[in-house]
Design a binder for this molecule. Structure first.
Ligand SMILES: Cc1ncc(COP(=O)(O)O)c(C=O)c1O
Length: 392
């Protein structure tokens, strides 16, 4: 008996679709609509007073809901709009003019992050990426060896978005600190499906967002900064919310807030934060350990079914280093994924990887069989061809 299936009634999208897209867009909780109405009611009835009655605090109060999921201490997570902003904000604290000016990352880090680090080359950074040997994993020894006394920042994904490979954050944080570097982990593809604790891992920064496993929708990214670092960091990408006394509107250089608000910039995305809260509450209520146990069972089963069908797996086979996504490389993967979408089987496709499919806590076992059978049928009947033609 799978008790987590009780949650299905809380997610209306599951009634009409076979939902395997939680690595990209988690299903919307039913109660999110009420939360968005609450936002509209606040705006209508409380107007300017809403700021004092919760809106101003939301970057931190909502951050605390995420903080519980990723093991961050109370009041050490602040909400922004997305990961890209959070990463840029971290980089804006760093000085690349000295000998210690290296950023070390993996070539399979999320593309947005890679673009942002390359952009730092104009500010004097040396950007080094460790390539993948097999298109799925990053060799830990090679990544550790790239981190040296000239490294200012180590920036890694916890779970690689393309292949679902889990990196060893503990070893990476240890190495970064041994040589005097800082470490940021993008935990977007882990939070809500792979347990993690930023405090125990001794991370300096963590970034992520809400669109995926957290079922929080777009517009709510989060930034964790290790509290004992706050006083040493002065973001260049700043704004009035980061000022110690924002309502004094003083002229001259900023005086940074002592708390996590020093890592804010301008007005928060209030509706995005309302939308995100229900997903966080549900994930906290279920517990990521429970989600992970089910995810391992179902992703193992999915891999078995995919291999029985004769398709190639493009993610780790060993569940201890695999996140919540299974990546399947079938011929004509992109048009096949389009045909799956047309048939209400929700997946996506990434070039160089294949079709990404993710069961989540609300997935029924029979849906694993349904999706593999549907891929087989689409291939056998060549139903994908209409999309190949459309693409030309
Ligand atoms: C690991 C990872 N980081 C970041 C992002 C997205 O970044 P942003 O929040 O800036 O859109 C994604 C996916 O969209 C991702 O998988």
């Amino acid at each position: 008996m799978d008790e987590l299936l009780e949650w299905r009634k809380e997610f209306p999208s599951l009634e009409n679709t076979v939902y395997f897209i939680s690595h990209s867009l988690g299903a919307m909780p039913r109660r999110t609509r009420d939360r968005l109405n609450e936002y509209a009611d606040m705006w209508t009835t409380r107007s300017i007073r809403a700021w004092d009655e919760g809106w101003w605090e939301m970057p931190r109060s909502v951050g605390n809901l995420v903080g519980k999921i990723i093991g961050a201490p109370e009041n050490s997570v602040v909400m922004h709009q997305n990961v890209s902003i959070c990463q840029s904000l971290i980089l804006s604290c760093l000085d690349f003019s000295g000998r210690r000016n290296k950023i070390v990352s993996e070539s399979m880090n999320f593309s947005s992050n890679l673009y942002i680090y390359h952009a730092m080359e104009k500010r004097g950074a040396r950007f080094v990426t460790v390539p993948s040997d097999d298109g799925i994993t990053i060799n830990l020894e090679k990544l550790l060896a790239a981190i040296d006394e000239e490294t200012l920042l180590v920036s890694v994904s916890h779970v690689l978005f393309r292949s679902s490979f889990i990196q060893d954050l503990r070893a990476l944080a240890q190495r970064a600190h041994e040589v005097g570097a800082l470490i940021v982990a993008d935990v977007y593809q882990a939070a809500g499906t792979v347990p993690l604790n930023v405090t125990e891992l001794n991370l300096d920064f963590a970034t992520g967002g809400s669109v995926k496993w957290l079922c929080g929708g777009p517009g709510a990214g989060y930034l964790y900064v290790r509290p004992d670092l706050w006083a040493t960091l002065e973001p260049g990408a700043t704004g009035w919310l980061a000022h110690k006394h924002p309502f004094d509107f003083v002229v001259g250089p900023t005086e940074y807030a002592d708390d996590i608000y020093r890592f804010l910039n301008g007005s928060p995305n209030v509706p995005g934060l309302y939308a995100a809260m229900s997903g966080y509450e549900i994930i906290n209520e279920i517990g990521v350990e429970n989600i992970r146990a089910k995810s391992i069972r179902q992703t193992n089963k999915l891999i078995e079914l995919v291999e029985e069908a004769g398709f190639k797996i493009n993610c780790p086979r060993n569940s201890s280093v695999r996140g919540g996504t299974v990546v399947v490389d079938v011929p004509n993967g992109q048009p096949v994924s389009k045909e799956l979408l047309r048939r209400d089987f929700l997946v996506d496709y990434r070039p160089g990887a294949g079709i990404r499919m993710a069961p989540h806590f609300y997935t029924k076992d029979e849906e694993l069989e349904l999706i593999v059978r549907e891929i087989k049928t689409i291939l056998e009947t060549k139903a994908y061809e209409q999309h190949s033609v459309a693409a030309h």
